[in-house]
Every structure is written in C-alpha cells, then in structure tokens.
Design a protein around this ligand. Structure first.
Ligand SMILES: Cc1cc2nc3c(=O)[nH]c(=O)nc-3n(C[C@H](O)[C@H](O)[C@H](O)COP(=O)(O)OP(=O)(O)OC[C@H]3O[C@@H](n4cnc5c(N)ncnc54)[C@H](O)[C@@H]3O)c2cc1C
Length: 428
C-alpha cells in the first residue's frame, strides 16, 4: 500500500488522531457497499478476552465476512473472568477484573454506547474506599472517572460482544498451537493441541499471546509465530512476522493471586471495594452482590507479593521464584483479609468461610509492551494479514481499556487493509 493511500484512509486517520469522534456503534441502517476484497473473507481471532471480543464486535459490522473466535478457556472473557462455584451451586465470583476505569475519551465513548445498548456492561456504582493499613485510617477513594462492570457477570460483557452478530462463531476449549500460511492460496491454517485443523482464513488476529512467564510454560503462540516467520523466510514470502515476534519479546506481565471467599453472615460491610495501602500482601477487597444469603468477596494480593512466588512445583517451577503450595498462599491471604474485615467491622461476627479458593494469575497485567504498537495501537503485518494485540498495546498498560481499544485498532487495520485490496494489493 502506498504511503499516500495509507494516509488518505479515513479509518486509519481515526487511529492517528485521538480527538476524532468514533464511528457510531449503532447498527448500520442501510447495507454498506463493499469492495470485492471484503466479500467472503474468513477472519480468525484467537482469544475471547476483551481484545478479541472487541475486535470481533467491531469487525462484525462488515457485511459478508465471517469471524471465527477460538479460546482455550471454557467460555469468553479471558481475564474479565467469572468463576461459578462447584461447591456452592448458583454462586459466582468475578475473580479477575472486578470492575475497571476508562480514562480516555475514545474508550469512554465506546463504553457508554455499550452500556446504552445493554451489551452486558453497566456503570460500577459501588462505594470505593481506601484503607491505610499502617495508620488504620479509612477514607473515600478519589474520583477516578467512570468505572464499568460486566452485567450480570464480569464476563457477560465479552459474551454480549461476541453474540451481538450471528456472523461471529465461537469455539471454546481449543488451544491453538500452530499457524501456517499457504502463499499460493494466501490463506492461513491453524492447528490445535489435539491436531484439529481450522483452514481457509484470509486474516488472523492473535490476542494476548506470550504475556506471562508461567502461562508461557504451558501454552503460547510465540513459538509458532517464530516458526511461521522462519518458514515464510525460507519460501521467500515477504512478511513482517519477524518484526512482530521481536516486538512481542518485549511484553512482560505481572502476576497476581485472588482469593474467593463466601461467609454465612448477614453482616453489612461499609464499602463495596476497599483499596488497601501500605500492606505488603493485600491490595484490595471487592464485595460482590449477596448470593444465597452469603457475603461473597474477592481479595486481591499486591503485585510485589505475587511476584515472589510460584505455585508451579519442580520441574516446571520458575527460576528465581519461591515455590509455595496454593493452600499456603490461600491461608496467608485469608488471614490478611479477615484481619482487615475485623478491623473495619469491629462489632460484626465473622464465621468460618464456606468457600475459600485461590486463583493464581500467571499473567494478570501487562507491565511492558512493545514501542512498535504505540502508533497503531496494535501490531500488524499487512503483507499477509496477521495482527497481534492485547492489553500490552497501549495505555494504560495492562487494563481493560487498552485491551478494548487494541481490539478496535485491530478491527480498523483489517477493515482498512481489506478495503485497500488486502492480500491482493500487498502481493503486487
Ligand atoms: C485479578 C485481576 C484483576 C484485574 N484488575 C483490573 C482492573 O481493576 N482494571 C483493569 O482495567 N484491568 C484489570 N485487570 C487486567 C484486565 O483483566 C486485562 O488487562 C484484560 O482483561 C486483558 O484482555 P485481553 O483480551 O488483552 O487478554 P485476555 O483477557 O487474557 O484474553 C486472551 C484470551 O486468549 C486466550 N488464549 C491465549 N492463548 C491462546 C491459545 N493459544 N489458544 C486459544 N486461546 C488462547 C486466553 O484463554 C484468553 O481468554 C485485572 C486482571 C486480573 C487477572
């Protein structure tokens, strides 16, 4: 694509100028006329977290493209996760992101439209407070702008984005481990870890890959991106895959642990979210809506604490991290949480919990991302139609806001590329 054409593309200029108003999220009133390059294109999105769901949602307004979303998890949401308890049927915990803030105007505008359209998202109106653990002082949290929460569950937001259009199909419990590209057909194929093959994709978007040390031990797409780059190089097919691989090598994430607790008590808690300052272990306690008469909450540990330990026992343990069994980590976090609850609710009786379950997040928040993604808000190879993105591409790093905007940036890249002739133009 020539530079002149590139700069003339209105969609791309939106990405360059953050003050430009976004295209409406309202369903298109009349059928859009589409260039031939857009018709019948099969788009594959790996990952049904915020980034992948946002990419699928924004792409689905294109007529005549089909979008297939794959995820290794049992359902959509990724780190905006909801865990349904086996021991307490009907009780669920938002044990990943509890709610999130939006700081920039573009994100707020997209999110407000989603709230308006009831796309599984609402405003978080809970009472947020701060506890200084060293002095015991409690105060209201500062106003940090609008806060959002999935409704009724945290992952309902991704669920709603993905089911907003029948052109999006969803496949779960499939871990994709290999990508290949057929230069003759100009199509991608993907393979899962049980040798299932999904073929015929004109575009592939990979979200949240290789973002965590522990996750990287079990699965990631980074090795297969390297293999793809090597095979394209060998066959003399022009591509930017090596640039993408190098950019991804800069992604680093922090770990965290969350503890799900349910207490058979009617005690009223004086906050909905308590941010804890000056505590080496506990960073936040989030109270969930009461379920089956139980006081349900999720305690989050500090990043500093989480990063000291690994729950992966040898031989898969992580160098430089101390191994601690999950029960021990859960015990410490529970003790700390109950200490804080007793402090802020001195007259309430706190019985033993009927549920106490730890979740370890190997890669919870991206803390370093590639410079290469700054301008475009995602990583993109326009030679073959391959995009990579996630919460590591944009500000604030490691947030739902950056994942949402990255998904939208990927969708715009794909749309601009297809409108310019896509792979046909790139191959000339
Ligand atoms: C405990 C916790 C608290 C948080 N608190 C906040 C907060 O307060 N505010 C905030 O803004 N953000 C918060 N975050 C961060 C926020 O959740 C993430 O930034 C955001 O959800 C990332 O979205 P994503 O789509 O980039 O990645 P993900 O949600 O990780 O989505 C990636 C998806 O890809 C799938 N996948 C990966 N590899 C493969 C493969 N090979 N095959 C198939 N599927 C694959 C994964 O299963 C996952 O579903 C928190 C995160 C955690 C864990």
């Amino acid at each position: 694509m020539s530079l002149a054409l590139f700069l003339a593309t209105p969609l791309l200029s939106i990405l360059r100028n953050s003050s430009v108003r976004l295209p409406s999220l309202a369903p298109a009133k009349k059928k859009m006329t589409q260039p031939a390059a857009l018709s019948g294109v099969k788009i594959c999105i790996v990952g049904s977290g915020v980034c992948g769901s946002s990419a699928a949602f924004h792409l689905s307004r294109l007529q005549d493209v089909s979008i297939s979303v794959f995820d290794c998890g049992r359902g959509p949401g990724g780190r905006t996760a909801t865990r349904f308890s086996r021991s307490l049927p009907g009780v669920s915990f938002n044990h990943g992101t509890p709610f999130f803030a939006a700081q920039c105007d573009e994100a707020t505008e997209v999110l407000e439209r989603m709230v308006e359209r009831q796309l599984g998202l609402g405003r978080y109106e809970g009472r947020r407070m701060v506890l200084d653990a060293s002095s015991g002082e409690m105060r209201d949290a500062p106003d940090e702008g609008p806060q959002y929460v999935g409704s009724p569950h945290m992952n309902s937001w991704c669920e709603a984005m993905l089911s907003s259009n029948p052109r999006i199909t969803q496949t779960y419990s499939k871990t994709l481990v290999e990508i290949t590209y057929d230069p003759a057909k100009r199509e991608f194929s993907l393979r899962d870890d049980e040798d299932g093959v999904y073929a015929g994709f004109g575009v592939v978007l990979l979200t949240s890959v290789a973002t965590g040390e522990e996750r990287g031990l079990s699965f990631d797409l980074d090795p297969s991106l390297r293999r793809l780059g090597a095979s394209l190089r060998k066959e003399g097919v022009p591509s930017d895959v090596d640039r993408l691989v190098n950019a991804m090598a800069k992604v680093r994430s922090d770990k965290t642990q969350t503890l799900m607790l349910a207490y058979p008590t009617e005690a009223a808690v004086p906050f909905d979210c308590l941010m804890v300052e000056n505590d080496p272990i506990l960073s936040k306690i989030v109270i969930l809506p009461r379920q089956q008469g139980l006081l349900c909450l999720v305690a989050h540990c500090t990043r500093g604490y989480a990063n000291q330990f690994t729950h992966l026992a040898p031989p898969t343990s992580v160098p430089g991290k101390e191994y601690k069994p999950p029960e021990e980590l859960a015990g410490t976090l529970r003790e700390r949480t109950e200490g804080v609850l007793r402090r802020v609710m001195p007259s309430a009786e706190l019985p033993a919990p009927v549920m106490c379950q730890l979740q370890q997040w190997g890669a919870a928040f991206a803390v370093e991302g590639p410079e290469e993604a700054r301008g475009d808000g995602c990583l993109w190879d326009g030679c073959i139609g391959l995009g990579v993105g996630g919460d590591f591409c944009g500000e604030p790093l490691g947030s739902c806001e950056s994942a949402l905007l990255c998904g939208r940036a990927l969708a715009m890249k794909v749309e601009g590329w297809l409108r310019e002739g896509g792979r046909d133009a790139a191959s000339k």
